[in-house]
Write a new protein. Structure first.
Lengths: 135, 209
């Protein structure tokens, strides 16, 4: 449908989200026992790596409506920072601390960046198409 | 505050001219309803208070009321409204979409956040989230179901929802783009509806011990 070849931003975004969700489930499933952080850190690192690759691939796209991407992305970011803040508040309210808190907080950062990126990308990828087809 | 029209033929409408025959009228709408944001803010403040107070009744209220809302919306949208929307003629579907989807943009994130945040707090208070709990396997199953639903909803459904609203806001929306995004939305809602059946099974098992 889109005339321009675009990187698989949505697929990579979903992979990144799946990795942090898996890490979150792993940590939550072991409470209140001591949790070896290795697997959760590996999942978070893999998720962050996929986010980095996604940003790099998207940044190389030519003729992309960056203005629309950032317009939508910044408001989505605001919404997801509020949601991530709520989740972080629940962690702190329940005295989560140390390495577990660091991993969960960084997971929330990846979540709060990647979802707005997906929303902004999905809107911006079709941004010019209507006008182009109409022209 | 004017309506726009999707031309189904070659786009040759001059500014101020009447829509061409066969054009589809699109009602004016806000992508994110501002009144809804105010209600969402009130709900989130109440949720913070409920978690801070950490009393079982308000937490249970948030978890059960908003969880029921989430499950019913997903089931109804995915298994009842979705197929109906898919069978609607395009003009009717656009009329319906411009009224339903802006509300979903506000409702769903609030409903999901309230359900999960209050649910976790209830689990901590009742001990269900602890690995020593006898129902722990069911709780972990619920994490997995919610996790899969979250990835689908955040990665596919919500971006499609917002993108279709932006497309409909254009002076000349592309019907092909709308069709593509609506298909993605409806299929995704269908999968989420089916997954909510699993949520119902797990939650009723946990509630009955």
């Amino acid at each position: 449908m889109n005339e321009q070849r675009l990187p698989p931003v949505t697929a990579l975004g979903m992979l990144s989200l799946a990795l942090i969700v898996a890490g979150g489930i792993y940590l939550s499933a072991h409470l209140p026992n001591h949790v070896p952080l290795g697997p959760a850190v590996a999942l978070l690192a893999a998720s962050a790596l996929v986010l980095g690759i996604n940003i790099f691939l998207l940044s190389r796209v030519r003729d992309f409506d960056w203005a629309r991407f950032f317009q939508v992305g910044k408001w989505s970011l605001l919404a997801y920072v509020v949601i991530a803040g709520m989740i972080e508040y629940v962690f702190l309210r329940n005295h989560v601390s140390g390495g577990t808190l660091v991993v969960l907080t960084l997971s929330l950062v990846v979540f709060a960046v990647h979802v707005p990126m997906l929303v902004g990308f999905t809107v911006a990828r079709y941004s010019d198409l209507g006008e182009r087809v109409a022209a | 505050m004017t309506d726009v029209a999707i031309p189904t033929g070659p786009p040759a409408v001059e500014a101020g001219a009447a829509p061409p025959p066969g054009a589809i009228e699109i009602p004016d709408f806000q992508i994110v309803p501002r009144a809804g944001l105010a209600i969402a803010a009130v709900v989130l403040v109440c949720l913070i208070v409920a978690i801070a107070v950490n009393s079982l009744w308000p937490l249970m209220f948030f978890h059960v009321a908003f969880g029921a809302g989430w499950t019913i919306i997903d089931l109804f949208l995915g298994l009842v409204l979705g197929p109906i929307m898919g069978a609607m003629p395009v003009p009717a579907r656009i009329q319906f979409t411009t009224r339903l989807m802006p509300k979903m943009v506000v409702i769903m994130p609030v409903v999901v956040t309230a359900t999960l945040a209050a649910g976790w707090q209830v689990g901590v208070k009742t001990g269900n989230v602890l690995s020593i709990s006898q129902d722990h396997g069911w709780v972990v199953a619920s994490y997995i179901v919610v996790g899969v639903m979250a990835v689908l909803a955040l990665g596919l459904l919500e971006p499609a929802n917002i993108a279709v609203l932006f497309e409909l806001k254009k002076p000349r929306p592309n019907p092909e783009v709308i069709e593509h995004l609506m298909k993605r939305f409806i299929y995704c809602a269908g999968v989420l509806g089916v997954m909510q059946v699993a949520t119902l099974v797990i939650m009723t098992k946990l509630a009955s011990g």
